[in-house]
Design a protein around this ligand. Sequence first.
Ligand code: SF4
Ligand code: SF4
Length: 386
Amino acid sequence: MNKGQLIELTRECVLCGRCKAKCPTYQLLCNESFGPRGRMHLAEALLKGDISASQRLKERLLSCTLCGACEKTCPKSARVPWVMASLRQDLKIDSFSRILAKWAFKHPRSAYNVSRILYYPLKKGLIKKAIIPADSPLFEYSPLEWGDVFTPPKATEPRGRIVLFSGCAVRFVFSYLAEALIRICTLSGYEVVLPKSEFCCGAPLLGMGLQRDAEKLAKKNIQYLGALKADMMVSLCPTCVHTMRNLYPDLTGKTIDIVDSTEALTRLINEVPLKEQKGTVVYHHPCHDLYGLNIKKEPIDLILKTGLTVTELPEGCCGFAGGFSLRFPELSQALLEERFKGMNKESITLATSCPGCIYQFMKTLPQGRVVHLVEVIEESLDEEGR
Ligand code: SF4
Ligand code: SF4
């Protein structure tokens, strides 16, 4: 998108201010320039050359979590997150991180291997810079234990075929989530296949202003995934699904027909036997489910089907938002703490549907008390009752 087109997009904002109540950074800082309306106004001025990209301005533009709450609330559907992500192309930011991210997301397997080797020095650096506290439960879960270990079983006479787009976080960190989903799909009679060629969806690169690199990954995914025959293509990461479904058209003119795991589970839940569970979970709606994919009721209905009761957290960002949590660790931590305001977090089990949110919540809740929705359903499977 060229400068003129971006200026046009900023003018979609009619300055009504309705979005402010939903913007996580505005709510936290109560500062107009950290909200959607202020950011759009600043973006227009920057694009027109009326102001320069000062450090203060960059903070305003880069601290947008790209959650999409504003666009969803906006009567004009003003594309604030797209404008914010697009602007980052020309902001001179984090050149080293950009080079690293370009390499890592183009070559995720090599990045995975290097992260295993560099785990201890990296951990030391994160603690030293106070990005993650030394006693964080996150460190209980080290990349030395990560692994892309799942292999779907071969099905005999399957009723259909499901393609699982794992996404980088599940492929290299939370592979047990893929195993859980594969188990549910298999039990409901489907064969699950993993694409031989899977590339990062491009969302992390978009967040860093590497739009052209994201476009290249999008084209590769469209080429390889588009050629696969399947009854359903599913991912466990709402950000991947939102990117492929809603942002690929901006990048390439094409989309990918893919559903989020919550949508897939809604289709499959009546095909699997469940046993009654007892207890309560607290559910956090991932931003890209809520605002990108319009998913709100589905996860709650799924949890209720297991017999568990569920308390929904009010809408709000967990503070992960990819590079945001590294660039703005204090804001990220404040958003995380905000999630548990007025609650005794010591006693809760939190469920959500996004690997990024899980990673963030594991900074404050121990592993085992932060679960993906797919684990809630897997735990309830009654294979003997089949
Ligand atoms: S982005 Fe939309 S909701 Fe927000 S101030 Fe502009 S027009 Fe109003
Ligand atoms: S995308 Fe989210 S963080 Fe960014 S301006 Fe909109 S509501 Fe605020």
